[in-house]
Design a binder for this molecule. Structure first.
Ligand code: NAD
Ligand code: TYD
Length: 351
């Protein structure tokens, strides 16, 4: 039986990936190592955390002793690193934390893999280290085109600068030590269990309560949205069949302006939850500094090499996402109580 280390498996994408993998694959044991920051939530694994196929260990990827202890205890076949500080807006207030987690934490994991996977002059057969990265490392596009894996790195926020730095460390560990590494760079995900600091769940939550829905700047920024289970399928394909040392872009071929997204979410809330919710809630606020105007990736490489393509239309994925939030009001309530209120006021009041 294969044992996989999943870091950050209590967050949005990590928890969806664990659920996806356990549902599909029987011969796999997952150790989920997560610090349970504000974004990590054990509720995300309710019903699947059985202590056998899925083991939870609370810990920090920055903690060398804890990470070594974990590698010592389990002979991991693979590592998938989801753990990160993931929110661009928060990275403006605390770039150091983003550097420590998103760069230092990754180097720490790479070092442990390098140490524990070594055999003779190389590494034990079959080991794979997959770093989950983002299309934001490429920066911003004009009106046309999309980023390929060979596009230059041009990050604009402390978040994306950290992710780009980590990618370069992963590349360096492959180039200099031959550590069996891979990188995926995915566009914006949406789906169940996304923390309501991100656009779609934040708009849903505000619209339900008839609170103003903040749009940064003119709202004509473009993102390429991918349903989270399609991202999980891509990760599974790269882990199983991706070429070592390779980068794979993952995108939805589904570009939308932020205004289009916000109107679609408010439309759902108006129809299904609160008939008073309407576009009059949309409130333009100060733009995000260094805001990427348009992001889109070319996924031709993963499509042709690994046969992956997105399966979920935007409409179907959005309905499933918003149905999930509608049917899990306790989850949303827990996520937006306590410290969230202070965060929201700091981020949006006087903007
Ligand atoms: P998230 O913020 O929902 O979850 C992050 C998880 O990492 C949480 O469970 C948190 O507790 C954990 N974590 C944070 N710091 C940690 C540390 N020091 N040690 C151990 N665990 C720690 O993030 P997400 O949206 O699920 O993103 C997961 C990964 O995917 C990130 O690396 C992110 O950069 C990348 N990504 C996200 C998107 C997106 O649209 N959300 C798109 C492309 C790539
Ligand atoms: P977000 O969900 O934070 O993801 P990312 O920054 O990783 O793309 O933001 C998606 C887009 O929505 C981005 O262009 C910023 C914009 N946005 C708003 O206009 N208002 C908001 O309140 C938030 C959270 C985001």
């Amino acid at each position: 039986m294969k044992t996989i280390l999943v870091t950050g498996g209590c967050g949005f994408i990590g928890s969806n990936f664990i659920r996806y993998t356990l549902a599909a694959e029987s011969g796999m044991r997952i150790v989920n190592f997560d610090a349970l920051t504000y974004a990590g939530n054990l509720e995300n694994l309710k019903g699947v955390l059985d202590g056998q196929r899925l083991i939870f260990v609370r810990g920090d990827i920055r903690d060398k002793t804890a990470v070594s202890g974990l590698f010592n205890k389990y002979d991991f076949d693979c590592v998938i690193n989801f753990a990160a500080e993931s929110h661009v807006d928060r990275s403006f207030a605390d770039p150091e934390l983003f550097c420590q987690t998103n760069v230092g934490g990754v180097v720490n994991l790479l070092n442990a893999a390098k140490e524990f996977w070594r055999e003779g002059k190389g590494f034990k057969a079959g080991k794979r280290f997959l770093q989950i990265s983002t299309d934001e490392v490429y920066g911003s596009l004009g009106k046309e085109g999309s980023f390929s894996e060979n596009s230059p790195l041009d990050p604009h926020s402390p978040y994306s600068a950290g992710k780009a730095s980590a990618d370069l460390f992963v590349k360096a560990y492959f180039d200099t030590y031959g550590l069996p590494c891979l990188i995926t760079r995915c566009s914006n995900n949406f789906g169940p269990r996304q923390f309501p600091e991100k656009l779609i769940p934040l708009v849903f939550n505000n619209a339900c309560a008839l609170r103003p829905v903040p749009i940064y700047g003119d709202g004509l920024q473009v993102r390429d949205w991918l349903y989270v289970s399609d991202h999980c399928a891509a990760i599974e394909a790269v882990l199983a069949k991706g070429g070592l040392g390779q980068v794979y872009n993952i995108g939805g071929h589904n570009e939308k302006t932020n205004l289009e997204i916000v109107r679609a979410v408010i439309g759902y809330v108006g129809q299904n939850i609160n008939p008073k919710a309407g576009d009059n809630l949309i409130t333009h606020v100060a733009d995000r500094p260094g805001h990427d105007r348009r992001c889109a990736v070319d996924s031709a490489k993963i499509q042709s090499e690994l046969g992956w393509r997105p399966q979920t239309t935007f409409e179907k994925g959005l309905a499933a996402t918003l149905d999930w939030y509608k049917n899990n009001p306790e989850w949303l309530k827990n996520a937006t109580s306590g410290k969230y209120k202070a965060y929201y006021e700091k981020m949006y009041l006087n903007r």
